[in-house]
Design a binder for this molecule. Sequence first.
Ligand code: MOS
Length: 741
Amino acid sequence: MNAIIGQPVSRVDGPAKVTGHATYAAEFSLPGLAYAAMVLATIPRGHVRSIDRRAAEAAPGVLAVMTHEDAPRLPYKQIAQRPQVDAQSGEQLHVLQDDQVRFNGEPVAVVVAETLEQAVHAAELVRVEYARSPAVTIFDAKQGRPPSESNAKAGRVPELGRGDAEGAMAGAPVRVEARYVHPREHHNAIEPHVTIAHWEGENLTLYDKTQWVDNDRKEIAHVFGLEEGNIRVVSPFVGGAFGSALRTWPHVTLAVMAAKRVGRPVRLELTRRQLYMAVGFRPHSEQHLRLGADKDGRLVALQHDVVQQVGRYEEYAETALSPTSHLYQCDNLHARYRLVEMDTNSPCPMRAPGVVTGVLGLEMAMDELAVELGMDPLELRLRNYAEQDQQKGLPWSSKELRACYETAAERFGWARRKPEPRSMREGGTLTGYGMATAIYHSDRSGGSASVALTGNGMAVVRSAASDMGPGTYTSMTQVAAETLGLPVDHVRFELGDTNLPYAPVHGGSITMASLGNAVVAACQAVQGKLASLVRAAQQGPFAGLAEDAVVAREGGLGRADGTGPAVPYAELLRQHNLGWVEAEGSAQPGEETKKYSSAAFGAIFVEVRVDELLGTVRVPRMVGAYDVGRVINPKTARSQCIGGMVGGLGMALEERAEWDARFGKVMNANLAEYLVPVNADVPSLEAIFVPNDDRDFNPLGVKGLAEVAICGVAPAIANAVWHATGRRIRELPITPERLLG
Ligand code: MOS
């Protein structure tokens, strides 16, 4: 049988998606379903003075109006600290538990009605009077404070470094120093967040948009003081999430409370506008870098301060210092991470959380250093290539970044770049070439899967995983098909249900490195189980053989010595009167983190064209080369990478939450005014995978693929804009007014 891992298999769930047969959370139809709508606070801080609910209660179809005055008091138990990879904050916003308003957009009431329209209408009739308190709505980097101890323990450290950064900086012959600003960004997934809550006695079922059904269950169990066993979470399809669905948000709690109140299943779907207040976002960041180098471009000192905004009612922190700690060789380094508390909803992970921010500053500063040195930016990276993770003092489990640089530079035509800015002009159009490095740490976590071999020749593989878009359904199907020796269309992968074997978070690019190995283990377990059944039988081709005499071969079992034909699984099941045979397998991280540091790498090269008079920036092409370890499916992997490029383009040129400090509110909370790239913005995107297979990181050899692809894109574009125009725009996005200003 030909290898299935490594083949560009089309999405196995593609037909269901394009024909509308894929059921997303909002689409589960339950008898008696009622609809909820939220009333959100309109002040940034203060308390509710009064709520007049009479008009809402009298409106047609209304079943209930709930406010802090009559909502049940919930226990909101704390979730114990979890391992770093899986750590997500438990819900800290105690929704409808008191009269306090902590941010503009905090829910102050929920209305339930027979139809969505009736609920939305009635929610508008709820009259709320507020008493406003002074609020912190302006980001002031000087107010930064270190993250808490629990965040530090989970790797979001306040400081890190080595050597004597200050001393070495003072003696460095070449120095650059700069400050970079990146605004608050929003996920803007196509599918809005939505929950259907359905109580049956003491049992609760949630149909939810989530990247992690087990965490959803755990959080709601803690909020309500329920046993996890009484809660089931179902989430078979997710229409994009990028980190916003790693945890529950207040609307989930509201849906559960509302369903209890009205004694019917309740659906609560956020509007597009509410997505800017009722779930998280990428926090506003400001960073300050100082780079010191010798005359040959070797870094002798590196200082990096990152300051981000954080909500006041819970602390969300990121690993923003991680790229700086190990991307380049540098003996003297100091990095610092600070949080500025503001009266806002809490930020949350958004595609390469923290890392994308750290890489932005570092890779723009490296470009500035290259200019100062009069050195090619790619050459500068090569001179500072980190042969090991200097911060951890560990070798890389694998690193093919040099191959990434070479491959992408060659494909892009980097050699054609003229070093001087503004030197590649055609009429009124200035062309610029820019590049940057990408890195994202590789993690893995424990997970399980089950495999059932059935009499009709199918294998059904199950795990409580998620597929928010990268293609988990497809890539796991490939892993199982190859391990079992079955064709892809004889394997069905099922996910998104807490009734299935435990899966870790679908985030942090860990899904394949974690769960892929569990799927392999489960396939091997079911093969072993079938082999023992047929060896123990009275008759049949393998009856009475020793344990090591029967092995999996060609979609069935065969003799280890190669004699005789392989007998297909289905044939064996028939011969032995077995309807099916099922087994579970799991995989846990090993000792690899003690021996190695692991990361996915990339090199991204972009061309920009700037209209000198209008200040508009176009990006005709981007070429990225990536070392992500082994690639399970080059087709879905490419989708991940070009998706990351598009996200990075949005970050560089378009995306910005327009924040009105008077109200502590995002003013462009819609897809008409919050700009994201469209097809016309992204003509040519090329993603190349350099060969690698990282068995020192995990048995499947994958390193994780998703987040690395957005890292480095925005700085590469900003660097290209400098090359085109001679203007260094240090605050994103690079808009025409900034470029002309
Ligand atoms: Mo991602 S931000 O790990 O969903």
